[in-house]
Design a protein around this ligand. Structure first.
Ligand SMILES: Cc1cc2nc3c(=O)[nH]c(=O)nc-3n(C[C@H](O)[C@H](O)[C@H](O)COP(=O)(O)OP(=O)(O)OC[C@H]3O[C@@H](n4cnc5c(N)ncnc54)[C@H](O)[C@@H]3O)c2cc1C
Length: 386
């Protein structure tokens, strides 16, 4: 269930093993392909996409990045991933493009994606023939009797509540991100993470002519109070360093995203498996959400291959634990980056000094910088079995 990155990639991977699937999505194709979200692929995620035939546009328009800038106290410091690790990098490639590639690949292979479905429901997950019911875009009621159902329906989906006695670990942060998509040539070669006394700001990009910028704001921030002029002037302030400025341009889109850490488990009940945001979300500061979703799906594809083709449910039984180990590492890293860079409302001078000390440590100690680089570029990827 769900035609986000997790559901679509799972369907693609299952197809390579000859396992049939139908992806049921309650939004339209246009909506799914235009939804602005993540933009940073770990090295292992980019490799995974290439290895399953999804590397063509990624290699043509993805931008390989070898580090990030950390900015604080009016100065900017480069964290060089390549030299801190064994040459690891990340690739800036928008989630919208990943989704477009996956939809195109599934449809070209004759895969079934039911967009704009309504009245979607799941039943009998404790049996060995769970049922997925929905009304298709033409208004015809459908019912699919399945071997398994993968709940890839995101944080607000309907699958997670079907797992009885699920444990939830959660942290909400007292701030949100105001995200801006602008037709502005990026003024930087790599992402800039800036801690400023007025709040955090992130400079990222989607292409050589489109910038994606974020400002820390209050969780209940009113978008209408942010004119384009106010946004640019706040960005100039939070990214200010001598002799450099943010290139401005027409703002195409703006939105406010709340910040939350959320982990739930187990990620399986009977024949229902959760993957991606349906089971866990992280604040975007560590650029992990999309990567985790795709990593879950590799573990799940391996498990379903063994279960459905060889009758061995061992990997399926281990699915939740296998995924959650990686999820918790990413949850810690995302929390750590978030806490180091954001200014919490009411934070005092003591807290500010601790953050600045941590930032000075990360940018001066090879050991600390290496820890950041290892986490940011990603953990050993789950290996796809074919
Ligand atoms: C506003 C925003 C900004 C983000 N920015 C970043 C970022 O900068 N970096 C980063 O790494 N991560 C970011 N993330 C997180 C990242 O985008 C997600 O981790 C990623 O989308 C997870 O993919 P998914 O397939 O698990 O879930 P989703 O992409 O949420 O896909 C779930 C799909 O299920 C569908 N669905 C939901 N309910 C139903 C239903 N009842 N029936 C049928 N279909 C249903 C939805 O329409 C959707 O298409 C952001 C997330 C949000 C919300």
């Amino acid at each position: 269930m769900g035609a986000g990155p997790a559901g679509l990639l799972l369907s693609h991977l299952l197809a390579t093993n000859g396992i049939e699937s139908v992806v049921v999505e309650n939004r339209s194709r246009e909506y799914c392909e235009a939804r602005q979200r993540a933009g940073v692929l770990e090295g292992g995620t980019a490799e995974l996409l290439r290895s399953v035939g999804l590397g063509k546009r990624l290699d043509a328009i993805g931008m390989e990045h070898g580090g990030i800038y950390l900015q604080f106290d009016g100065s900017r410091h480069y964290v060089d991933f390549r030299s801190l690790t064994d040459g690891r990098t990340v690739t800036v490639y928008a989630q919208t493009e990943v989704v477009k590639d996956l939809i195109a690949a599934r449809l070209a292979a004759g895969g079934a994606i039911e967009f704009s479905a309504t009245s979607v429901s799941v039943s009998d997950v404790a049996s060995d023939r769970p049922v997925l019911s929905y009304v298709d875009a033409d208004g015809t009621p459908r019912s699919v009797s399945c071997d398994v159902i993968a709940g890839c329906d995101g944080f607000h989906g309907i699958c997670r509540p079907l797992i009885p006695e699920i444990s939830v670990y959660e942290r909400t942060y007292p701030y949100a991100w105001l995200g801006v998509l602008a037709d502005a040539v990026p003024s930087t070669d790599e992402l800039i993470y800036s801690r400023h006394e007025s709040g955090f700001a992130l400079y990222s990009m989607r292409s050589p002519s489109v910038s994606r910028l974020y400002l820390q704001v209050a969780p209940d921030e009113k978008l209408e109070e942010w004119s384009d002029d106010r946004i640019w002037s706040e960005l100039q302030k939070r990214f200010a360093v001598d002799g450099w400025s943010v290139a401005e341009g027409p703002v195409r889109e703006k939105s406010v995203t709340p910040m939350r850490s959320f982990v739930s488990g187990p990620m399986r009940y009977g024949r229902l498996f959760l993957a991606g945001d349906a089971a866990h979300i992280v604040p975007p500061t560590g650029a992990k959400g999309l990567n985790l979703a795709l990593s879950d799906v590799v573990v799940l594809a391996n498990a379903l291959r063994a279960a459905l083709l060889s009758g061995s449910w061992e990997l399926a039984d281990a699915y939740s634990d296998t995924c959650l180990r990686r999820v918790w590492r990413a949850t810690h890293f995302s929390w750590w980056m978030t806490s180091m860079l954001h200014v919490a409302p009411g934070a005092d001078a003591f807290e500010a000094q601790l953050q600045l000390s941590q930032l000075r440590y990360v940018t001066s100690s090879r050991a600390q910088a290496t820890a950041l680089a290892e986490n940011y570029t990603g953990y050993r990827p789950a290996r796809l079995q074919t």
